[in-house]
Write a protein that binds this ligand. Structure first.
Ligand SMILES: [Zn+2]
Length: 70
């Protein structure tokens, strides 16, 4: 059995942004900067998804109705 090379200093997972030790005040990040980075990623992702959804128009409108009425 191989022992873990990481020091058992922190039980929490490392910062998902930079991999550094997580600071309790900025959980689950190591700093406010990394928290902001993650927040911006979420906001950008949500914005993109929302934009695509609005832009995308379902062309199979008549097909679905055709399937419904027999
Ligand atoms: Zn970080």
């Amino acid at each position: 059995m191989a022992r873990a090379t990481k020091p058992a200093q922190t039980r929490t997972a490392p910062c998902p942004i930079c991999g550094k030790a997580v600071e309790a005040a900025f959980k689950p990040f190591c700093s406010k900067r990394c928290a902001d980075v993650d927040l911006n990623r979420w906001l950008n992702g949500a914005y993109v998804i929302a934009g695509e959804a609005v832009d995308e128009t379902p062309p199979a409108n008549g097909v679905m109705r055709d399937l419904h009425e027999d």
